[in-house]
Design a protein around this ligand. Structure first.
Ligand code: PDD
Length: 286
């Protein structure tokens, strides 16, 4: 795999970071994943805003301005010269004492990784994927808030491992109150009686940028959309479901825990939103 890594402004294919970086030791870091279309980062302003929100909640100073980030991303994309890219931006707490107190860390590290775009098999979009409702619960908002995109993804790693054991493509997590939240790297929606439902931000989820775009597109196109607290039974009884994320875009979900959702095929509302989102991406880049 060819990867181009920009570490504090130096681009190489094998950057190294100290084991005393608190990002490595404690997951004390924030990150964003951005994709490109026609070689250009998509929704970079929105990703920058979320990166800054996550960092602010950790009281982690980001040493770059948005302009500097855009410039460094551009340089890394140029050096990679991919047709389309997957971009990961990370800001870590930096090197400090072997102690979790961050006050000894005075110099955050900024990393931008660029690799060839991740493309999911077309079959996933044509037939939909299988999700497992796992026993691992999404964090409480009052703990490490799932609304922050930090380098501490172990909860999601555990959920993914549980899904892998069942052969499902991804894990769907409930919160401590038993309501639906999200998958390990995507938000979930479902459709019933022509209405679109998705867990609200209060459930403890990442405020997905794709989720926001889909909510807006759905409402613009006359769909009734409800954000709220939904038990897993609501999804089991749904006619359609889909997940959203920067890399996956809109991906149909047709099976949950070995049972079909609706007739087990991507439904008309999902297909329409997939089309609307693709058209929207084409439009914004013109
Ligand atoms: N994940 N929920 C979680 C827990 C996520 O990690 C992500 C993104 C999303 C979707 O957010 P967005 O639409 O802004 O990509 C929801 C990225 C893609 C990742 O970590 O790979």
């Amino acid at each position: 795999m060819s990867i181009h890594i920009n570490l504090n402004g130096t681009i190489s294919d094998n950057a190294y970071i100290s084991v005393l970086d608190h990002g490595f030791l404690f997951g004390d870091s924030v990150y964003e994943v951005v994709s490109t279309i026609q070689g250009r980062p998509v929704f970079l302003a929105e990703h920058m805003r979320r990166l800054r929100r996550s960092a602010a909640a950790l009281n982690l100073g980001i040493p770059y301005s948005d302009e500097k980030f855009a410039e460094e991303i551009g340089r890394t994309l140029n050096s990679a010269n991919n047709s389309e890219s997957y971009i990961r931006m990370i800001v870590t707490r930096g090197v400090g004492e072997l102690d979790l107190d961050p006050t000894s860390c005075t110099s955050p590290n900024v990393i931008i990784m660029v690799k060839e775009a991740v493309v999911y098999p077309q079959e996933n979009y044509d037939k939909g994927i299988h999700l497992a409702l796992v026993s691992v619960k999404r964090n409480l908002k009052e703990s490490l808030n799932p609304g922050l995109k930090t380098g501490n993804y172990l909860n999601n790693v555990l959920a993914k491992m549980e899904a892998n054991r069942t052969g499902a493509a991804d894990a769907l997590m409930l919160n401590a109150s038993g309501y639906l939240t999200e998958c390990t790297t995507s938000n979930i929606f479902f459709v019933k009686d022509g209405r679109i439902f998705t867990p609200s931000l209060d459930c403890g989820i990442l405020e997905g940028i794709t989720r926001e775009k889909i909510l807006w597109l759905a409402r613009e196109n006359g769909f009734l959309v409800e954000e709220g607290e939904w038990p897993p039974e609501a999804l089991e009884q749904a006619e359609e479901a889909f997940i959203t994320g920067t890399v996956k875009k809109v991906m149909p979900v047709t099976w949950l825990n070995g049972r079909p959702i609706g007739d087990g095929k991507p439904g008309p509302t999902t297909k329409k939103l997939m089309r609307l989102y693709d058209d929207y991406l084409k439009r914004i880049l013109q």
